[in-house]
Design a binder for this molecule. Structure first.
Ligand code: URA
Length: 506
C-alpha cells in the first residue's frame, strides 16, 4: 500500500493523483490521507516498495465537470475524500459515463460532499458580517491583517478596513472569497476563519490568503452593527419566524457573529401583532412571499412552487412553470439567466418555459449565436399562464404589474439560488420585475444595469414581439435587437472564461 499525505488542498491531490495514474496505481494500492492527520505511525506502516497493480494511464483525461466537482468536494472535511476522488478519477479512465450513474455509491457520495460544501458556501455568503476597525490594513501590526505584508499594491493609509470572523463547517474560504471580492469590490476587507484568512485590496483588485486566527482575534462591535440591527428589523418577516429552522440553518454557535441576533427576542415578542398586520395587508396585495421557502436552493424552491396561491393566476392555469437549470451535474455554475414574461399555452401544458412559438424564435437566436441553451438558466417573471378563453382557444393576456410584483419573490429566490453573473430580461414584464415599473424597453434595451440581484442585468425584446410584428422589416429589426442583446449578455456572462469542451487533462 502506498500512503501519501495530502496537503488539505485540491491542487496537491491533483498532482499526486496524476502521478499515481501514470504509474498505474489502482485505488486499492493507495491510501491518500490529510497531511494534517497522517501520523508518523501511518507512514511507518508503508510497504518498502509498494507495487502498482492497476493500469498505466500515460495521459489521464477527465470531464471538466469532474474537476469542478472534485475541487468542491476537496474542501469538505471528510477524511476519506482524497481516496474517493482518486477512485472516481481512476474509474473515469475506463468509464467516461460514470458521472451520470447517480446510483453508483462513489458518485452518490461525491454528490453529497459537493452539496454539503455548496450549502456551507451559501451560509457563509449569507452570514458573514463585517465590522469596521481602526487599523491600517497594510500594517503588519494590525491584528486583523495576518498577511498584510503579502498584500500587493497600494492602499490608501486612511482607508477603512472591514473585518469579519466566521467559522465555516468546511475549508471553503478560497471558494467563498471571490463572492466577497465581487460584492464588496471597493472596500478593503479581511475575512478571518480558524483555518485561514483572506484580505482584499480594492486598489490592486487582489486577494491575499494567510493563516487562520482564533475567534478572540475577531474585532469587537462597531457602529455598523446599529445599521445591521435596523436593517434586519426592517426586513424581518414574522410570518416566517421558525426558531427551529433558524437553529438548523444556522447552528447557535454561529449566532454570535450576527449583530442582529440581539434584536431577535424583541422582534419575536412583537411578531404576533406584525403577523396580524401582514395578513391584512396581504389580503389587499397579492404576493407569493408567504409561499416561498426560506431555503433558496432549486430543489426546495421547485418543490414549494406548485402550492403557490400568491395571486389568482393559479386558479385557471394547468400548472406552475418553474425555471429550467443548466443540464444537471454536480457543480455547474450559472453564468447567464434568461427571464421571460410568463408561460404561454404550450408551456402551461408542458410545465417548461419557452417550448412554444416564442421558444422557437429564442432557440433560433441562440443557435445562430452558437449558444447552447442547456448551459443557460431559463425562467419567467410570472410562473402561471394568464389567458382568456375564446371557444377552444386560450388567448394570452399580459400580466398586470401587481401580478408581476406578486410573483417576484419566486424570481428573487431563483436568482439567489443560482446567482447568475448576468440576467437577460426578455421583454418588458421581466424588465419591470427587475429594473422597475418605469423601465422603457425600446429606450433602454441592450444596456447593462447593475442591480442588487446581479451585477449585470440587460433587457431585450421579447421573442413573441418578433412573431407579432406586422411586417417583415420590423420583425427582422426586432429579431436583430434580440440577437444583438443576447450576444451582449452572453459575452458579459462569459467574461473571464471561455467556451471549452467538457474534457480536460488532469
Ligand atoms: N413567453 C414567455 O415569456 N415565456 C415562456 O415561457 C413562453 C413564452
Amino acid at each position: 500500500m502506498k500512503r501519501i499525505p495530502i496537503q488539505p488542498d485540491f491542487y496537491d491531490w491533483r498532482t499526486h493523483a496524476r502521478t499515481l495514474l501514470q504509474e498505474g496505481f489502482a485505488p486499492e494500492d493507495v491510501d491518500l490521507t490529510d497531511a494534517t492527520i497522517a501520523t508518523t505511525l501511518q507512514l511507518a506502516l508503508e510497504d518498502e516498495d509498494p507495487r502498482p497493480t492497476g493500469t498505466h494511464v500515460p495521459t489521464p483525461h477527465v470531464p471538466k465537470t469532474y474537476l469542478e466537482a472534485a475541487e468542491l468536494a476537496a474542501s469538505h472535511r471528510s477524511p476519506d475524500r482524497w481516496n474517493l476522488l482518486y477512485r472516481i478519477l481512476y474509474r473515469l479512465q475506463t468509464q467516461p459515463e460514470l458521472l451520470r450513474i447517480e446510483v453508483d455509491t462513489d458518485i452518490a457520495q461525491l454528490r453529497s460532499l459537493v452539496q454539503q460544501v455548496r450549502r456551507d458556501l451559501h451560509k457563509m455568503h449569507a452570514f458573514v458580517r463585517f465590522r469596521k476597525v481602526e487599523a491600517d490594513p497594510m500594517d503588519e501590526a494590525n491584528p486583523f491583517a495576518p498577511h498584510a505584508s503579502t498584500l500587493a499594491g497600494n492602499v490608501n493609509p486612511l482607508a477603512e478596513h472591514f473585518v469579519a470572523w466566521y467559522q465555516p463547517d468546511h475549508r471553503i474560504l478560497h471558494l467563498a472569497a471571490p463572492f466577497f471580492a465581487e460584492r464588496f469590490a471597493s472596500m478593503h476587507w479581511t475575512v478571518l476563519t480558524p483555518d485561514a484568512s483572506v484580505s482584499w485590496n480594492p486598489n490592486s483588485k487582489q486577494l491575499a490568503f494567510g493563516p487562520g486566527l482564533p475567534r478572540e482575534h475577531a474585532p469587537q462591535a462597531d457602529e455598523l452593527e446599529t445599521l445591521w440591527r435596523a436593517y434586519y428589523s426592517s426586513i424581518f418577516n414574522p410570518a416566517r419566524l421558525n426558531p427551529d429552522v433558524m437553529r438548523s440553518e444556522m447552528p447557535v454557535r454561529y449566532w454570535k457573529n450576527l449583530p442582529e441576533i440581539d434584536v431577535l427576542p424583541q422582534l419575536i415578542t412583537q411578531s404576533a401583532n406584525r403577523v396580524g398586520a401582514m395578513v391584512q395587508t396581504q389580503a389587499l396585495k397579492p404576493s407569493a412571499a408567504p409561499f416561498v421557502p426560506a431555503e433558496h436552493t432549486l430543489p426546495v424552491i421547485n418543490a414549494a412552487m406548485p402550492s403557490c396561491k400568491g395571486c389568482d393566476l393559479y386558479l385557471h392555469a394547468t400548472q406552475v412553470v418553474p425555471g429550467v437549470a443548466p443540464s444537471a451535474h454536480p457543480s455547474h455554475t450559472v453564468e447567464l439567466m434568461m427571464v421571460g414574461e410568463q408561460p404561454g399555452d404550450q408551456e402551461d401544458r408542458a410545465g417548461k418555459p419557452f417550448v412554444g412559438p416564442a421558444g422557437r424564435v429564442l432557440d433560433r437566436a441562440l443557435e445562430e449565436l452558437g449558444i447552447d441553451r442547456s448551459t443557460v438558466y431559463v425562467t419567467n417573471a410570472v410562473k402561471h399562464f394568464k389567458f382568456v378563453q375564446r371557444g377552444k382557444l386560450r388567448l394570452h393576456q399580459n400580466p398586470r404589474m401587481s401580478e408581476i410584483t406578486a410573483c417576484r419573490p419566486w424570481l428573487l429566490a431563483e436568482i439567489d439560488a443560482v446567482r447568475p453573473r448576468v440576467i437577460l430580461c426578455l421583454g418588458s414584464s421581466a424588465a419591470k420585475s427587475l429594473l422597475g415599473g418605469t423601465f422603457g424597453l425600446m429606450r433602454d434595451h441592450g444596456k447593462i444595469f447593475p442591480t442588487p440581484y446581479a451585477n449585470q442585468v440587460v433587457a431585450t425584446i421579447h421573442p413573441s414581439a418578433v412573431l407579432r410584428a406586422r411586417d417583415q422589416p420590423s420583425g427582422e429589426q426586432l429579431y436583430n435587437f434580440l440577437k444583438d442583446d443576447l450576444a451582449l449578455a452572453y459575452h458579459a456572462a462569459l467574461h473571464g472564461s471561455s467556451v471549452q469542451p467538457d474534457v480536460t487533462s488532469v
